[in-house]
Design a protein around this ligand. Structure first.
Ligand code: ADP
Length: 357
């Protein structure tokens, strides 16, 4: 384990005052460096309560001093005041941006890609189903959700086979459920026949508001399908949802890799750890001779993982059953749980759960 990871592991035992979430998954750790026994940690927090930085500093010092590798600790905390602090907005009121709506969600991960068409949404639904399978296998129960924030092409409802309008309770949207997975999508809120024209700043505001007003209840894990790209919409979502990590989807193609890397770098700016890269459409398994055909070339996943200093979580084959699963509203992990593709998804789901544990 790298010394950076050792520090992060220790810091992730510290909860942000008043929240059940830790300071690492909240994205508050700007840097954590360990050199010759000297640990230096920088945090950036937003609060108007002068007690918070004092308490946090003390806790960080206490936790890091416990480590064998650490002989001295320095902690710097940059404090910014909230833009419009509404302290009167108590938890549990169910109002806009209320943290309590997601307080029952244990882990949140984003699935992202630098560009569209790499199979990000297909990957997201199958990964959600794979979490369900792996958690059921390990714990005998599972509660998984998927949130489609891809406003430009909200395809998750179709892929998960959910239809109809979500209900609203206490000003919060209630997800629809199919195949044992809770689903929420902007696509469920707009008319299929009435295209919505999204413009500039409105897009960010709308997605944010949508993402923060879903009442998920208790979930083991929530998969957030981000819009493709590297711009403001992704950034503001990553800043407004307390993400525990991100999985980056790419194809093996050289052309996809540079834009994948550019898109993924955004996560380090907002202190969201990249859990790994998944390569989709890696190869076609020729049914005639059982050989793998590398239609889109090779090496993209490895290259992206290496440049992002992360791991390649797995390779998903190009398989017409995967496309059909999406079109029919039953992801392949559910329709063919013993297929090669499903097994690749279980393997990725297990690695991600282990990293988050
Ligand atoms: P994105 O969300 O990145 O725009 P989609 O998930 O919508 O991409 O996938 C684009 C198209 O490719 C869809 O028609 C989907 O069914 C198909 N597809 C995605 N991954 C695979 C795969 N591994 N094998 C076969 N078809 C795939």
């Amino acid at each position: 384990m790298s010394s950076h990871q050792t520090l992060l592991n220790a810091l992730s035992s510290i909860k942000y005052p008043g929240f059940s979430r830790d300071i690492v998954s909240f994205g508050l750790v700007r840097s954590a460096i360990l050199e010759a026994g000297a640990a230096s940690v920088q945090l950036a927090i937003t609060t108007s309560d002068p007690k918070v930085p004092v308490d946090l500093k003390r806790e960080v010092e206490a936790v890091l001093t416990e480590l064998d590798e650490v002989s001295e600790v320095s902690v710097e905390i940059a404090v910014s005041k909230p833009k419009s602090a509404p302290p009167a907005q108590a938890e549990g009121s169910g109002s806009t941006g209320d943290k309590s709506l997601i307080s029952g969600v244990k882990k949140i991960i984003a699935v992202a890609s630098g560009k569209g068409g790499v199979g990000k949404s297909t990957f997201s639904v199958n990964l959600a189903c794979a979490f369900d399978y792996v958690l059921n296998e390990a714990l005998g129960s599972s509660a998984v959700g998927i949130m489609d924030c891809d406003v430009y092409g909200p395809s998750i409802p179709l892929m998960m086979g959910v239809r109809g309008r979500p209900t609203i309770e206490d000003e919060a949207l209630i997800p629809l459920e199919n195949l044992g997975i809770k689903t929420m999508s902007m696509g469920l809120l707009v008319d299929e026949d009435t295209p919505v024209i999204w413009r500039g700043p409105m897009v960010n505001k709308t997605i944010q508001q949508f993402a923060q007003n879903v009442n998920w209840g208790d979930l083991d894990i929530l998969v957030v399908d981000l819009p493709p790209g590297t711009g403001d919409a992704q950034l503001s979502l990553a800043q407004n949802i307390p993400l525990d990590g991100a999985v980056i989807v790419t194809t093996p193609q050289e052309a996809a890799v540079s834009v994948t890397i550019r898109g993924a770098k955004m996560f380090s700016k907002v202190n969201v750890p990249i859990l790994g890269v998944a390569e989709n459409m890696s190869y076609f398994l020729n049914p005639a001779n059982g050989e793998k055909d590398y239609l889109f070339g090779t090496g993209g996943g490895e290259k992206a993982a290496e440049s992002l200093d992360t791991v390649l979580l797995g390779k998903i084959p190009l398989d017409s059953a995967i496309r059909q699963g999406g079109d029919m509203g039953i992801p392949i992990v559910k329709s063919a749980p013993n297929s090669e593709a499903a097994k690749a998804f279980y393997d990725i789901a297990r690695q991600v759960l282990q990293m988050l544990a």
